[in-house]
Design a binder for this molecule. Sequence first.
Ligand SMILES: [Zn+2]
Length: 323
Amino acid sequence: MAGTEYVIGVDMGGTKIYAGVFNAGMECVGTARLSTKADRGAEAVIERIARCVRDAVDECDLKLEQVRGIGVGAPGAVDPEAGRVIFAPNLQWKDVLLKKALEKELDLPVFIENDCNICALGVYELELKSKPQHVAGIFVGTGIGGGLIINGELYAGFNKTAGEVGHMVLLAGGPKCSCGNNGCFEALASRTAIFRQIKEAVGEGQKTVLTEMLGPKLEDLRSGDLRKAIRRGDKFVSRIVEQAAEYTGIAVANLINLLSPEVVVLGGGVIEALEDEMMTIITQTAKQRALAGTAKGIEIVASKLGDEAGISGGAVLARRQTK
Ligand SMILES: [Zn+2]
């Protein structure tokens, strides 16, 4: 269709909404951000997503009529065909018909997916240029999510819930996970897990430069602070981060054994902040732990898309669905 070559990707998180407009060459030409304000309820959040989309379009002097579709990544369990967010704990959403509601607000076709699936799709098409056939994406942030690309397509599985790499159990009887289980990958290597271990040890008298930097209660602790502490020679923080990297490497080995992807790509705030500290350990552990010969030629890489993975993936989804 002439004149409607733009697509929009939206990354909706528990705290912020981020929208990006992409041209026919899939370059991002304008963005907008808005806080989510999840406590105001689903209807209000949907209205804010629509506002953020309009702001992004206005930012690049375009009109909504020039947009052919919108792809939205939502945190939680999503039924893309029904356009429904089944359950999103950090938004306190249950059974929200997001696609229909946004289409009504914006009068444009809307497509929804799980946020980590969307990030995997964005990395696959815009960063890896769709060259590999099989890719496993792991995103380490507050939680740990994943997305699987098999034969060039997002793999959803029987109940459309595949890719939950964060809930692979890596330590039976290990720490409690947000899902209620024990010893999940997420409970061992997410930002939440790393911060919990640090705060517990500090509470028991562990010395660290982090308390010099941030005070005794470690308020406002961020992933970047861990990098600073390690570069200042803090052995305690180093050890905790190394352990998280080892668990991540074990998770990668499991994925290699199970799927034999051509590329395993790692992203999310923790990897972004601690790439230099973690990637070598992740790669070495994965290659040691995968069955002999199975890791040969498989690339294990850190994504460079950072914060842009979600909006990129949303744009890719919208482009694929409106071709
Ligand atoms: Zn879990």
